[in-house]
Design a binder for this molecule. Sequence first.
Ligand SMILES: Cc1ncc(COP(=O)(O)O)c(C=O)c1O
Length: 377
Amino acid sequence: MTDLSRRAAAILTVDLGAVVANWTRLRDRVAPAECAAVVKADAYGLGVAHVVPALAAAGCATFVVAQFDEALAVRAALGPESPARVLSLGGLPQGTEAAFVANRILPVLNHLGEVAAWQRFARERGERLPAVVHIDTGMNRLGLGPDELDILANELDRLDGIDVQVWMTHLACADEFESPMSAQQLGRFQTALARLPAAEASFANSSGIFHGKAFHFDLARPGCALYGVNPTPHLANPMLGTVRLDARVLQLRSVDAPMTVGYAAAHRVERAARIATIAVGYADGYLRSLSGRGHVYVDGIAAPIVGRISMDLITVDVTGLPEGTVQPGGLVELIGPSRPVDVVAAEAGTIGYEVLTSLGPRYHRVYDRVSSGPDAR
Ligand SMILES: Cc1ncc(COP(=O)(O)O)c(C=O)c1O
């Protein structure tokens, strides 16, 4: 335990071994298709500089981000010699063509204007340039819609000079296994591919992988499942948890009824209670919607968050815990083996993705196994 761990208000432990084990599990599931890793939003909050080298060492050869600057961060994490592919989903911002080529980042071309811009740049350079082309099969968000797909399929010379490495599309309802939408999108994607020149095809996100072989194509693009979010919400989570968040107890006080706790006097103490004040708040990405709804864990026992979550603090009713279990200076578990990300998300009225990508910069980060947690109680 370092001095920093000792004084840190909250400690975020990230288990890179679990991330790698999750990726390996998905890789084996999609084989012989390739398994990429979606590492946008700083690897869903876990830290791209740590996650990318760990996955690359395990054999991951394609990384996916949302924005060009995220792609640069992935390249930096991989090192200059790495042959890994880096895909940027957010298209080709005007005037960035040279930067994509210089940094070996593959733009995902999302409309015919970007296809034309990439072709123009390829002609200027006198070489074929690699890219991914996104076909919209039902998201109506990014990608070539039906009209643009028709034009492209009828005028394939629009691809001259472009080395289309991957045709991709994205599922709208992958985690709703009862929805007919996924099968509809599969049909649309297969029809589109039949009209286009041969290249790799990429369809499945994390949940999509669990729809079966027909969804795997050549390249799967899991994100959330790598980080422990359940890709099969109707079933037990097949993935390992990858993060643990512990926060410091700052004060413990006995409160006699009738009294209130915190901002807006939002919690009324109806009987004598022990309230622990914990050093985490919404400025850390600990979602304010957990006010009066969330729980923390101490030695395997749940204690409810009472009152409002404030910028730096939460208050927890620890009356139900054996006296002495919670001590100022000790730690309580907010996310971890006892409170998986999906459980915290459900309490907050959101999804695991938001809980992870909200993990704040103030946390003292430790890259270690999470099963035991920081030993500082
Ligand atoms: C285009 C695309 N592919 C793959 C993913 C990864 O999805 P998931 O985190 O659900 O696995 C995302 C994430 O939003 C995405 O936008």
